[in-house]
Design a protein around this ligand. Structure first.
Ligand SMILES: *[C@@H]1O[C@H](CO)[C@@H](O)[C@H](O)[C@H]1NC(C)=O
Ligand SMILES: *[C@@H]1O[C@H](CO)[C@@H](O)[C@H](O)[C@H]1NC(C)=O
Ligand SMILES: *[C@@H]1O[C@H](CO)[C@@H](O)[C@H](O)[C@H]1NC(C)=O
Length: 377
């Protein structure tokens, strides 16, 4: 009797789980977001984690620090988490004892409960033009990796660093993409070698938003447009993101590293900006992010990297009301502090999924009540 109940329980559960998995938007396996916290109005991390796992298809987050409260909140959620060593710690991180201590403090207490997949050493370090940080960047990455090996965490956790497109001296047409001279052989090449040796991706922050003007708005937003032809390859580009990614690819190829995985660590579109900025409104932001998710998940790839998908982290989870700089910097968020979407782009688990979720809960509750009754009797 009990065995039969257990078997039918399992099969019903499987049925529900199948129904649940079928209701994600087609072909989209989930998407990453940047969880920035320069704000005074954000919900507590435990609520954010619960919201992401229950109500959205977001399955990866990147933090700009290693906030222990956030790391704890994502325990047992199945959401992949990347953390960041701040730029100012890079020179210290070349010291193995320091790197080991950093892991002891910021990583060891949270694994394996929290699915930490990556430690990012700084953010857009080459763009700082700070010689001390730049010269120590790759040695810091290597030392941190050595510390991970020592802690037997190197297979679970990879080391990388996000780069702005400012690392390119040339990007148009895409086939002529090159890394800045000086950085190319002294920093980027050793970085690419390290990433290849440790099976880690090269991470870039391409923002069509910052590269577009009134004339190229359709091209930047993935709208129908005539596109641009790269005369060197005769390949036609129909969106700016592809052109930016292929410029990075061309630059990597010149150094012999075209086979490295590329991760989009940041991209996005603001809903509010300065009066003279073109295409800055919720509709454009929704259009960019909706098309972005579809494009990077489609498997179409880019003209120079056909048939590929790109792990992508949208900037950003929330508007950050205390961020300095121009208005747009505070208005990249996908969600308001009360966790309602700023615009609808299919990140929410859809109605059928929520209904299935509801049935599933009612079903579990019934099983629990029934077993309590049978225990009682
Ligand atoms: C390396 O880091 C440890 C721990 O922070 C520190 O005690 C030591 O002085 C550092 N060594 C050097 C050479 O800076
Ligand atoms: C083609 O590529 C070369 C460098 O590889 C560059 O000098 C030249 O300007 C490119 N031609 C066009 C039409 O962009
Ligand atoms: C990409 O996929 C298409 C369609 O499946 C195929 O025809 C093409 O050969 C593939 N290209 C590469 C470079 O794998």
């Amino acid at each position: 009797m009990k065995k039969i109940a257990a078997a039918s329980f399992a099969s019903i559960l499987k049925g529900y789980m199948l129904l649940f998995s079928l209701t994600l938007p087609q072909g989209i396996q989930g998407i990453g977001v940047n969880y920035g916290t320069i704000a005074n109005n954000l919900p507590p991390p435990s609520q954010v984690a619960k919201f992401l796992i229950e109500s959205t298809i977001i399955n990866r987050v990147r933090l700009f620090d290693a906030n222990p409260e956030i790391l704890r909140a994502f325990a047992h959620t199945g959401i992949e988490v990347s953390i960041t060593v701040s730029n100012d710690q890079i020179p210290h991180l070349t010291n193995l004892t320091f790197a080991q201590q950093w892991l002891n403090t910021n990583v060891q207490p949270f694994v394996p409960d929290t699915d930490l997949i990556r430690i990012l050493v700084g953010n857009e370090v080459l763009a700082t033009a700070n010689k001390l940080l730049i010269s120590n960047l790759v040695p810091a990455m290597q030392t941190l990796h050595t510390a991970l090996v020592g802690a037997s965490l190197d297979r679970r956790i990879k080391v990388s660093t996000p780069n702005s497109l400012g690392i390119l001296s040339n990007s148009s047409p895409p086939s002529t993409g090159r890394f800045r001279q000086g950085y190319d052989t002294h920093v980027i090449k050793p970085m690419l070698s390290f990433l290849k040796a440790t099976d880690s991706p090269f991470m870039v922050n391409p923002y069509p938003f910052f590269g577009c003007s009134a004339g190229t708005l359709d091209y930047a937003l993935f709208r129908p447009n005539p596109g641009e032809v790269d005369d060197n390859t005769s390949l036609r580009y129909t969106n700016m993101l592809d052109a930016q990614l292929d410029a990075v690819y061309s630059a990597m190829k010149v150094l012999g590293f075209q086979d490295l995985e590329i991760v989009i660590a940041e991209t996005g579109w603001p809903t509010l900006g300065e009066a003279q900025q073109v295409g800055v409104d919720p509709n454009s932001a929704a259009e960019f992010n909706r098309n972005l998710i579809r494009h990077v998940s489609s498997g179409v790839g880019t003209p120079l990297m056909p048939n590929r998908t790109f792990d992508t982290y949208i900037f950003a989870l929330f508007d950050e009301n205390l961020k300095p700089g121009p208005i747009c910097e505070r208005n990249f968020g996908l969600f308001r502090p009360n966790m309602t979407p700023v615009y609808n782009i299919g990140l929410m688990r859809n109605m059928v999924a929520s209904a299935a979720d509801g049935h599933y809960r009612a079903f579990l509750l019934t099983i629990i009540v029934l077993s309590l009754i049978s225990l009682w009797a």
